[in-house]
Each structure stands twice: as structure tokens, then as C-alpha cells.
Design a protein around this ligand. Structure first.
Ligand code: HEM
Length: 462
């Protein structure tokens, strides 16, 4: 089914060197490379990392072709028999699997994210949030790394909502282990020359060590639940109860480990980064911050927010949406062509690697007025981007983020919860975005925890 939409011209990114192609620039500045190549050379580009040829598409029509219309021809890039990149960490879980395994597991996991469960999930989220804020009490006026705080908060939210367990004692180790392993996975993706895992380099040994820790934690969670026999009606229960329709068999321990770790990793890093960037944007846009605080104070009157409050917090939701536009936690979506095909009039060979440039789409001047500006107002009054696929922080098509509703509740809810008590002020000059699977603030974000003068009701509740 070749497409018959508008045609594009493919441009080869200049500056390729023999053997390595564009590897040097990409490895040094991955996000900058993807965005500056697009700005200079256009919406349909070709570049090379070592022997691998990549296509970078930064137009909504091309995104729709790859992720929606031809989603059966553009699949995830991982092979369970020869894991590389993220699959080295997540195995064959929902993010990295394809075909029948993916379909079956998505059917098992999806119900936990149903809208009807979100109110109960929201209560858990705010309990976890309140608990975290109680640690902040002694640090008022101090400068903290808000990115590290948001990681810990989001990790605990996932642990409590999906696995009915607390990870507060392990959060530092888990954050560290995920950071080391995901960096390893990203390097192995972006550097085709990296040494194989069995070579006992310091880097490889560190990777094995953090993976042993994460494996122990995941297998431990599963074993503990099996032994206790207690039902929590959470994701872990759903995974343990799932049976194959034909064989009646349950998921293997390895499958359970892969899915649990996938939800841990995919479910906290993304939201944590989104929240961190939102605090940064608010801190650097005082008028938007004042309007956000005004809305939160007026609607909550000092109460802890609930899922129902979200409909009365349109500006807070708009702030979150606008932050996801400027700093999408997943700035590019990666696929591989299973067959020769045509996209936007361009021929792509079987095996071609495609990156859909979400970061670029979100800043495309043809689809966004004042594309580089932080303007939460653009989301009010139902104004939408000029093309549906110009905004896709959660992806598009069948592989759309399974946690979309969850994150859309969690983000604004935690913003309101924290914003009602604190005014977070930037305590450093600038923040540099840095791509490592997700889009992180390089080196964290130092912010001063300024307690707010809150309305009376909240002062009593505190
Ligand atoms: C702001 C927060 C989040 C953002 C921006 C985000 C973004 C994304 C994107 C772009 C994809 C699609 C990747 C692709 O097509 O290759 C995705 C997939 C996925 N996300 Fe999220 N995500 C967020 C939160 C969450 C949460 C809270 C969870 C779980 C609790 C989650 C779990 C997953 C899973 C399991 C997949 C794979 C789905 C599949 O392929 O069937 N995400 N996410």
C-alpha cells in the first residue's frame, strides 16, 4: 500500500566521513544534531551512523505514514534472539517486543490503564506526593536538584500504583541502576563500534552489576507476590493471572521480569523528565507561574487535588501539555522497514531505520505559531495544532503509549499538589537538554524550595 500523499525531497545530511558517517557529531550532541540537521536541511533526511543508514522524518504527514498508515511495515527495531540497545535492559517487554508477543501482552496490560481506574490511581498518586513533600518540610529555603526529586517521586508512584509496594528504600539504587543501564543501551545503539557484552571492560562489568540488581528486584517482587497469595488488583496481579487462550499457560518468570522492569522504566523516567522540564519552564516564565499558582489556589482552596479537580484546572493541564511540546520526554520514535516501501513519494529499502523526529515536529514553524515560545495559552479554548501528528508526545498508531491516560492525570495532579505549597525558583544560569533515550536536563536542575503563603484551609491540613 504505497502512499499517495504529498511528495518530499530526500536530502543527505552533509559532513559524512568514511566508515563512521555522522557518528562523531551524533554521539557528541544527539539532540542538537537531530534538530540542527532538520532546521538546516529539511523534513526528510538521510544520515549514517557507522554502517547503518537512518532516515530522519520531521513532518506530520511522514509521521502518520510511518506510525499509523503503514504501521505493519514499520516495526520496532529489536530482535529477542540478538538483543541490543534498550532490549539489553528491558528484554522482550512491551516497549521492545513486536508481533504476536507484543499483541498478547498489550491485551493483558492495557486494562490496568483504563480510564475507570484513574480516580483510584489519582488518590494513590497524591498520597505518594504528600509523603514526598513531608520530606521537603525540613529543606524549605534550600536548593535541591528538582530532576532527581521528580525521578524519586515518579518511581514511587509507579511502585505504589502498579506493584502495590514501596520502593522508597531503594529509589537511589534503582535510579542509579536504570541510569547506568539505559546509558549503556543508548551508547550501544549510537555506537556500532562498542565492544560486545562478554568483554570484561569496566563499563561492561558495571552494566552486569546493575542488571543483577534490577533482575533481583524484579524476580523478588514476582516471587513475593506468588508466595503471599494476596491480591492487590494491580498490574502485577494481572500479569500473574494472565493465561494463554490456547495453551492455558501463564507468563514465564522471564516474561514477568521483562514486563515489570519495562513498566518501572517507561513509567517513571518519562513523567519525571516531563515534570522537571515543566518546573524549569514555569521558573523562567514568571507570568505563567503566577497564573498557574492563582488557578491552583482558587480551585483547591488548600485541599489535596483529586482526579475530579483536573477538569477545573485547565491552565495547569495546558502548562503540562505545552511542556511536553517543547521538551517531549521521548524526542524521537524509532522504527525499521520490514519491506521495500514508499513514504511521501520516497522509496525506502527493506531494513531502513527511520527516526520520527517528535522534538522537531513539536517545533515546526509550519504547524505552530511562535513555535519556540512557551505559551500554555495556546492549549486553552480548544485550539489545536494545524496537523494532528504535529503533536505526539505519547507516540501515535498501535504503539501509542499505554500509560497515556495515567501520565495525563499524574503530571497535572503532581504539579497542582506541589505548586500549592511551593514556589520553585531556578538557582542556576541555564539548563541544557540532553538526549539519552529520554530527554533529560543535563546535570539536573538546581532549584530553591520557596514555601508559598497558602490559603487557610491548607494551613490547617498541613
Ligand atoms: C509524560 C509521560 C510519558 C511520555 C511522554 C511517554 C511517551 C511514550 C511514547 C512516545 C511511546 C511510544 C514509543 C514508540 O512508539 O516507539 C510510549 C510507549 C510506552 N509507554 Fe509511555 N510515556 C509516558 C508515560 C508512561 C507511563 C506512566 C507508563 C506506564 C505506567 C508508560 C509505559 C509505556 C509503555 C509500556 C510503552 C510501550 C507501549 C507499546 O508499544 O505497546 N509510559 N511512551
Amino acid at each position: 500500500m504505497p502512499d499517495a500523499g504529498p511528495s518530499f525531497t530526500l536530502v543527505d545530511v552533509p559532513g559524512a566521513v568514511p566508515l563512521l558517517g555522522h557518528l562523531g557529531a551524533f554521539r557528541q550532541h544527539p539532540l542538537e544534531s537531530l534538530s540542527s540537521w532538520w532546521r538546516r536541511h529539511g523534513d526528510a533526511l538521510r544520515f549514517r551512523l557507522g554502517q547503518k543508514t537512518f532516515y530522519l522524518f520531521s513532518h506530520p504527514d511522514l509521521a502518520e505514514e510511518i506510525l499509523v498508515k503503514q504501521s505493519d511495515r514499520f516495526v520496532k527495531v529489536y530482535n529477542p534472539q540478538k538483543p541490543h540497545g534498550l532490549a539489553l535492559v528491558l528484554g522482550n517487554g512491551l516497549v521492545t517486543s513486536s508481533g504476536e508477543v507484543w499483541k498478547r501482552h498489550r491485551r493483558i496490560i492495557q486494562p490496568i490503564f483504563h480510564r475507570s481506574r484513574m480516580a483510584a490511581m489519582a488518590d494513590r498518586m497524591t498520597q505518594v506526593g504528600d509523603q514526598r513533600l513531608s520530606f521537603w518540610k525540613d529543606r524549605e529555603g534550600d536548593t535541591i536538584d528538582i530532576a532527581a526529586e521528580m525521578m524519586q517521586l515518579a518511581l514511587e508512584v509507579i511502585s505504589q500504583t502498579m506493584f502495590s509496594t514501596s520502593m522508597t528504600q531503594h529509589t537511589d539504587r534503582i535510579s542509579h541502576a536504570l541510569q547506568v543501564s539505559i546509558k549503556y543501551a543508548f551508547d550501544s545503539f549510537s555506537n556500532p563500534l562498542s565492544l560486545p557484552l562478554w568483554v570484561p571492560t569496566a563499563r561492561n562489568r558495571e552494566f552486569h552489576s546493575v542488571m543483577r540488581f534490577l533482575d533481583g528486584l524484579m524476580y523478588g517482587l514476582v516471587a513475593e507476590r506468588r508466595q503471599s497469595g494476596v491480591h492487590h488488583d494491580d498490574l502485577l496481579d494481572l500479569l500473574l493471572q494472565a493465561r494463554d487462550e490456547e495453551s492455558g499457560e501463564g507468563l514465564s518468570d522471564r516474561e514477568l521480569r521483562d514486563e515489570a522492569l519495562t513498566i518501572f522504566a517507561a513509567g517513571h523516567e518519562t513523567t519525571a523528565n516531563a515534570l522537571s522540564w515543566t518546573w524549569y519552564l514555569l521558573a523562567t516564565h514568571p507570568e505563567a507561574k503566577a497564573r498557574f499558582h492563582e488557578e491552583v489556589d482558587r480551585v483547591l482552596q488548600g485541599r489535596t487535588p483529586t482526579a475530579d479537580d483536573l477538569q477545573h484546572l485547565p491552565y495547569t493541564r495546558a502548562v503540562f501539555e505545552e511542556s511536553l511540546r517543547l521538551y517531549p520526554p521521548a524526542p524521537a520514535v524509532h522504527r525499521k522497514a520490514t519491506i521495500d516501501t514508499t513514504v511521501g513519494g520516497l522509496s525506502l529499502p527493506e531494513g531502513a531505520f527511520v527516526l520520527v523526529g517528535t522534538y522537531n515536529l513539536h517545533r515546526h514553524p509550519d504547524f505552530w505559531p511562535q513555535a519556540e515560545q512557551f505559551l500554555p495559552e495556546r492549549w486553552l479554548d480548544g485550539e489545536r495544532p494545524r496537523s494532528r501528528y504535529a503533536y505526539m508526545p505519547f507516540g501515535a498508531g498501535p504503539r501509542t503509549c499505554v500509560g497515556l491516560h495515567f501520565a495525563s492525570v499524574e503530571g497535572p495532579l503532581l504539579l497542582a499538589l506541589i505548586g500549592r505549597r511551593y514556589d520553585l525558583q531556578l538557582a542556576q544560569q541555564s539548563v541544557e537538554p540532553y538526549l539519552m533515550v529520554t530527554l533529560r536536563p543535563k546535570g539536573g536542575i538546581r532549584m530553591t524550595l520557596q514555601p508559598r503563603h497558602v490559603p487557610l484551609a491548607s494551613a490547617i491540613a498541613h
